[in-house]
Design a protein around this ligand. Structure first.
Ligand SMILES: O=C(O)C(=O)C[C@H](O)C(=O)CO
Ligand SMILES: [Zn+2]
Length: 276
């Protein structure tokens, strides 16, 4: 499993594009009939992908975990971003359609992934953080996720936030997870931007139209940098970093966090006029 180590904000100021990409970008991980995971040292969050096309896949037990099985001391949130899929947790099958979320808690020994149709396979995006206690297995459909609409067309940031795993939603130990859909013609996410020193965050961009790109902004508010990202790329955001993006077209992304609390609204905003 690939490992990403933590970066100090003072060091980040000297980074150029190549090093920023090496330290934070998680790309080319959605591969047919593969499960691919990256271990980050940001709150020990694991960022994973499963793309079962014509075969069932199993979540492996990586040696990095020194565990009997992947979820022995972890929890996981799984969101499907493509064709209809199935997740089998300790023998129990869950239909996970596009934009549905399945939460599996500490103690689930076996997790398998399958697609309903090999011509339109599922793509499962996963975030897993350490967990101290078992929480109930929960499937939440996109329709039932709590929705908050923010921004406006005139500032090109009209978007709907869908909250799945959070204080008032699916219960977890420390995982918070959901997704944001940009309305047609809007291209800015998380603007005005913010940081939250209490937890890291990971973004996974999807439904980025062919031939388009995301410009993802990072760094302290007074010292920002960007990398460009493609469909199905993920990026980790240290607790000191903003995490905002602008696309050359509308798109969607999954956000997820782990750290001190489960309160989605725990953010320290940065005024647009203060960004450098
Ligand atoms: O569009 C947004 O704004 C977001 O989706 C913000 C993220 O959810 C976030 O950064 C939560 O801390
Ligand atoms: Zn955030």
């Amino acid at each position: 499993m690939k490992v990403l180590h933590s970066v100090h904000p003072q060091d980040f100021k000297t980074y150029q594009t190549g090093l920023i990409r090496e330290r934070f970008l998680i790309d080319k991980q959605v591969q047919p009939n593969q499960v691919n995971c990256t271990y980050t040292h940001y709150d020990r969050m694991i960022v994973g992908f499963a793309n079962p096309v014509d075969t069932e896949l199993e979540l492996p037990n990586y040696p990095n975990l020194r565990a009997g099985y992947f979820l022995e001391r972890r929890e996981i949130g799984i969101i499907n971003v493509a064709g209809d899929g199935v997740v089998i947790a300790d023998g129990q099958s869950f239909e996970v359609k596009k934009l549905d979320c399945l939460y599996l808690g500490k103690g689930i020994k076996s997790v398998k992934f399958a697609s309903k149709n090999a011509d339109a396979p599922a793509v499962f995006y996963m975030l897993s953080s350490p967990a101290h206690a078992p929480k109930p297995t929960t499937l939440l459909t996109h329709a039932d996720a709590v929705k908050v609409t923010l921004g406006s067309a005139s500032t090109a940031n009209h978007r709907t936030i869908n909250k799945y795993i959070h204080l008032e939603g699916i219960q977890s130990c420390q995982l918070v997870m959901g997704l944001t859909i940009l309305h047609d013609g809007s291209i800015w996410n998380t603007m005005p931007s913010h940081v939250h020193d209490r937890r890291m965050e990971a973004y996974f961009y999807f439904d980025v139209p062919q031939g388009q790109k995301i410009f993802h902004y990072m760094g302290e508010g007074n010292e920002t940098r960007h990398i460009t990202m493609d469909n199905y790329d993920a990026v980790v955001s240290p607790p000191w970093s903003i995490h905002s993006g602008s696309g050359t077209a509308s798109y969607s992304f999954i956000w997820g966090m782990a750290g001190e609390n489960l309160d989605y609204t725990d953010m320290d905003p940065i005024a647009i006029t203060d960004l450098r």
